[in-house]
Design a protein around this ligand. Sequence first.
Ligand code: FES
Ligand code: FES
Length: 502
Amino acid sequence: MFTLTVNGKTVEAGEDKKLMAYLRDDLRLTSVKDGCGEGACGACTVIIDGKATKACIPKLSKLVGKSVVTVEGLSEREKDVYGHCFAKAGAVQCGFCIPGMVMSAKALLDGNSDPSADDVKKALRGNICRCTGYARIEDAILMAAKYFRDDAPIPTIQYTGRLGEDFPRVDAVSKTLATDDYVDDMVLDGMLYGKCLRSRYPRARVLSIDATKAEAHPDVVRVITAADVPGNNVIGHLVKDQDTLVPIGGITHYLGDAIAIVVTKTKETLDEALALVEVAYEELPGVFSPQDAMAEGAPLLFEGGNVLRHEHLVRGNVEEALASAAHVVTQRYSTPPTEHAFMEPETAIALPEGDGVLVYTGGQSIYDEQHEIARMLGLPNEKVHVHSKYVGGGFGGKEDMSVQHHAALAAYLVQAPVKVKLSRQESILVHPKRHAMDMDFTVGCDTEGQLLALKCTIVSDTGAFASLGGPVLQRACTHAAGPYNFQNIDIDGKAVYTNNPP
Ligand code: FES
Ligand code: FES
């Protein structure tokens, strides 16, 4: 038995586990956010014996006799002040990092009632915010310090909502005080847990899937494969090119491809159940750059070819204009794939609703999710409801399906609520990135520096699937000339499939 104090109350835990798991799962203190589970992001920050500490690191056995405070344990005055100041300063966007910021702020202000901006920066050095740029969070904390010092009352402001009025986000206070839910904060009666077995190889044929051992595990409710998908297995917002689950005989397109879903009664057994699913593969050669994918004899990743999209924009006569230019400059530019690094890893919960499903999502495209889940389950759209909870950052990285369809499929088949949550590592592996691009630009101007012509080629790596590769390439091409008045352009772009993450 491990005895400690949480928010002023003595609690006893029978089992040794990480403090974050105990606070979130056992005590349901969901202000403690799980952003990474490995001490990197600060979203889980709590105060332990007066010191801001990441709750995902220490185990209960190291905390016997200690006192833990979470946002739920703030006094009413503290809740009023932090809620008001974070909202007023515009410090809250997706909000996922904010309860952790508040705890770091409290640890600072409890010991230093008049901190400098540098003190605030130092206090927040363990807390990452992906949305705000930090300046407004600093402003909020300095404002809170002044309210506490002056013992000033929180003003009641009546907002009219008129244009130009400085009114806060409607959800700023509830996000600051964690009084409303992101999907992972929800627990439903009888809820089960789902997790996907990912491909061992970026490109391989699935020869067989044997779930016998996994199904014999006492905590496993079901193992789901492509053969169980009642509708169309292939999804994709704009181009249908992604298997919900790669079928036997199918070919994987990247390491994030899902082969099977295990559904268990408790989340603690998901990994050991997954390890019992036996998959035989025939490893196939993969391609990892657009150039290799376009080379003669490259493996064909999709029947229609490896080039997803070709854009060619022409105006005037570029060759003539460059030939007559006084100065010509050629330069190659490359941008890498960019991870969006939103703070909330993807989570969805689905549950049966009549003869359809209800899905709680943190995604960016609820209607696309509805349409694709309906198609995958073989249901009319009206049998699928998708309810958006708070979205803990997305920046484009949560436009595609990641967990929603897997949760929906599992819930539909087992007829119980199922939560599917990605770990941070899985999230980075699975979801689309901003496309890497190689760009060759040639620009010509006259003796006065007047721009005459732009010739460029753009090659974009759309990775395993189309995702938004087509529109993003089109955007790159139509914006390649920037705001300049080029009368002669020749812009040629290609988005190319590879076996990289989409
Ligand atoms: Fe604990 Fe990220 S630091 S969840
Ligand atoms: Fe900080 Fe979104 S508001 S991560």
